[in-house]
Design a binder for this molecule. Structure first.
Ligand code: NDP
Length: 276
């Protein structure tokens, strides 16, 4: 059988666990694949060159991570097509070719929802706060609403970006136009939520989030993974149930793998094995 080629493109990229996860999926379904990490300079022309070279070279599928998800969206908008979730999110994490043209999907949000449901965290009628307004935050709003969330507040360091995100979502999607979506500065987020999700990239830096002392939540989820996360430590001390984003990473990867290869994989088994 011919080896199929996949890649994850990011900056930084050395920490990525995607190759391990996809190799595990390939083993589950008996495929022989090559999945590599690709560093890319943070500019549009470099990103376009990397994507074009990969698919011209016969690559089957590419994952896109920080900070390229919006660039990937724009590239697909110009050159090809976009899925419903990519359109709602304005961000792409999964690239492939369809009839020879670039096609972008976004599996982050559904990967998150699948993980939250596997953890048995209730989403029906949940009051949710998302901290962060980048590509990752954009990708999770529609799937959380589809899973039953009653309201979503987006808190960001730059409040205008959170407002822009909501304006984009509400003008581009009927389901979102009617949804209860709010914005706040991070330090103004207070009161009680059912679930707070950290969707900032702060885990990659030494900074900490300016969280209000009155902010409470039953469940706290950090989309980062792989080391002790101050965001989760903070809410665990206040009595919240917490999880890092490794299960989401596996969940979104499982959906990308399925889109590319047509094979369904067992995410929960992968989480247990890979976490060891
Ligand atoms: P972006 O670069 O698009 O957005 C970064 C966000 O983080 C912005 O809202 C930015 O605020 C905020 N931010 C960055 N630094 C700080 C800081 N020092 N203080 C407060 N806010 C800060 O990144 P993405 O949205 O693509 O990704 C965000 C995170 O989610 C990453 O850590 C990524 O690894 C993780 N992720 C995890 C996934 C998983 O499967 N587990 C999937 C997708 C993402 P501002 O607008 O003010 O600059």
């Amino acid at each position: 059988m011919v080896k199929q080629h996949f890649v994850v493109i990011g900056n930084p990229i050395a920490h990525s666990k995607s190759p391990e996860i996809h190799q595990h999926f390939a083993k589950q379904v008996g495929l022989d694949i090559n999945y590599s990490k690709q560093y890319c300079p943070n500019d549009t022309s470099s990103f376009e060159a990397v994507v074009t070279a990969f698919f011209h070279g016969g690559g089957i599928g590419a994952n896109v991570t920080v900070p390229f998800k919006q660039m990937a969206f724009e590239l697909c908008q110009e050159q090809g097509g976009l899925s419903k979730h990519a359109l709602a999110a304005g961000a792409v994490n999964t690239l492939m070719l369809r009839q020879g043209r670039l096609f972008g999907d976004n599996t982050d949000g559904q990967g998150l929802v699948n993980h939250l449901q596997a953890l048995n965290w209730p989403l029906e009628q949940a009051q949710i706060a998302i901290i962060g307004a980048g590509g990752a935050a954009r990708g999770i709003v529609l799937p959380l609403l589809e899973a039953g969330a009653a309201s979503i507040t987006i808190a960001n360091r730059t409040v205008s970006k959170a407002q822009q995100l909501i304006d984009d979502l509400q003008s581009g999607h009927e389901r979102l136009a009617k949804a209860s979506l709010y914005t706040k500065a991070i330090n103004e987020l207070n009161g009680e939520y059912n679930l707070i999700i950290n969707a900032t990239s702060i885990g990659l830096s030494e900074d900490t989030l300016p969280l209000s002392k009155t902010l409470q939540t039953t469940y706290a989820y950090d989309m980062m993974y792989g080391r002790k996360l101050p965001f989760l430590q903070h809410f665990a001390k206040l009595g919240a149930t917490t999880s890092d984003g490794f299960g989401m990473l596996v969940g979104q990867a499982a959906l990308s793998f399925e889109r590319w290869t047509g094979h369904r994989v067992d995410s929960q088994a992968a989480i247990h094995i890979l976490q060891r």
